[in-house]
Design a protein around this ligand. Structure first.
Ligand SMILES: [Zn+2]
Length: 254
């Protein structure tokens, strides 16, 4: 059995037996995987805090013979992100992003950019960046990396770039609809301001290192909070549990 080394972030940890845990992590070399951490539930264990949620660690793993499941042999913390534990709203935002990765990615579908994006947003949260800005950049970039990015440059029907201040947004077709086409076709849609559309366009196009400079207005914050989440829920066909902790006042869309 060959040992493999990779870096990854801990997304989820569940009890497996009286002594063992199953850890879900997103890794650089294998994408999302599950690992059995033997004796991790015992008081004296070799893993220590390295299996805490959101910890970025170097993992030494070995194939367990079962598809997608590895045995975790050794861990070394690279970054613990412990400061997020001290601020509940920031912790909830980080856990929401972790749940989105868990729900939207398949096992061993390797996309190192997903890990880079998550690490960058965790860093932004730790540095005190606005929570909504961090999560909305994460949502739209993750959707793009996974092939679900809505069409934001031109109308879904007539392919022109709308000049109106507000346009339609179709969850099912995935994109914006200009006012002329909206009047003609009346498709089921919600509305979005061009200010919010521009924020999303920039959030996708800018180099990841440049995204902290983006500005999010109060009205776009409100608009994108429900629009992006309902777009995700529409395509995933299930709710993200941590959303209600992040936005306790929000009405669930489904
Ligand atoms: Zn149109």
């Amino acid at each position: 059995m060959a040992l493999e080394k990779t870096n990854g972030v801990i997304l989820k940890s569940i009890k497996y037996s009286e002594t063992d845990k199953i850890i879900t992590c997103y890794t650089e070399n294998f994408g999302k995987i599950q690992c059995i951490a033997k004796r991790a539930r015992q008081k004296k264990n070799t893993f220590g805090a390295s299996l805490d949620l959101l910890t970025y660690a170097n993992l030494i793993i070995v194939k367990n013979g079962v598809k997608n499941i590895y045995l975790l042999r050794e861990t070394n913390i690279v970054r613990s992100h412990y400061r997020l534990q001290e601020n509940l709203p920031r912790l909830f935002a980080a856990l929401y992003m972790a749940e989105l990765i868990q729900e939207l990615t398949g096992f061993e579908d390797k996309k190192p950019e997903v890990l880079l994006l998550f690490l960058k947003q965790l860093e932004m949260l730790q540095q005190g960046e606005e929570i909504e800005k961090v999560t909305h950049i994460f949502e739209i970039r993750l959707l793009t990396l996974l092939g679900y990015c809505p069409q934001l440059d031109k109308c879904l029907f007539c392919s022109t770039a709308p000049l109106a201040p507000k346009v339609g947004f179709s969850h099912s077709m995935g994109g914006i609809i200009c006012p002329t086409c909206y009047k003609k076709k009346r498709p089921p849609s919600s509305f979005i301001s061009m200010g919010s559309v521009n924020f999303l366009r920039q959030a996708v196009k800018l180099h990841l290192s440049k995204t902290p400079r983006l500005q999010l207005t109060a009205s776009s914050k409100k608009e994108l909070q429900s629009l992006l989440y309902s777009f995700i829920v529409y395509h995933l066909e299930k709710k993200i549990h941590s959303y209600r902790f992040l936005y306790p006042q929000a009405k669930e869309t489904r």
